[in-house]
Design a protein around this ligand. Structure first.
Ligand code: AMP
Length: 123
């Protein structure tokens, strides 16, 4: 089954992309949207999403074009930089599937910053 068929067009990020739900936008270009997380887990918590219908990194990395993938990760770096996070630093994270704790089935990268973030995973 292709990703296009498996992709849930009613997921919350699909609704944000269609303008059906508002978001606190921090960046947008032809292929990428970034907005603040509704339940921030750090002083800065931004979500970066591709505009295409990709469920997770598994199909973004295999279905998206090389240009789209390169532009997406360049945008992640630019957004973090524009948010003033290059110094003192930040963390990016992407959850995939149930073990990864992915809640929204549209590929996204979290950017966390604004404080010392501590251990990478809970002990
Ligand atoms: P994940 O667990 O990696 O799928 O993360 C999904 C994230 O989406 C969570 O951090 C949620 O707080 C966030 N989220 C859910 N709905 C919204 C929304 N309407 N606007 C912004 N962030 C949202």
């Amino acid at each position: 089954m292709t990703s296009e068929i498996r992709y849930d067009r009613d997921n919350v990020f699909a609704k944000i992309l269609r303008g059906e739900i508002p978001c606190d936008k921090v960046y947008e270009d032809d292929h990428v949207l970034a907005f603040r997380d509704i339940a921030p887990q750090a002083p800065v918590h931004v979500l970066v999403i591709p505009k295409g219908p990709y469920i997770s990194l598994a199909d973004f990395s295999t279905i998206a074009s090389p240009d789209e993938i390169a532009e997406f990760f360049a945008a992640v770096g630019k957004i973090a930089s524009d948010l003033g996070l290059d110094d003192p630093g930040y963390r990016i994270l992407a959850n995939h599937g149930s073990d990864g704790g992915q809640e929204v089935p549209h590929f996204h990268v979290h950017i966390f910053g604004g404080k010392k973030l501590g251990a990478m995973l809970p002990k």
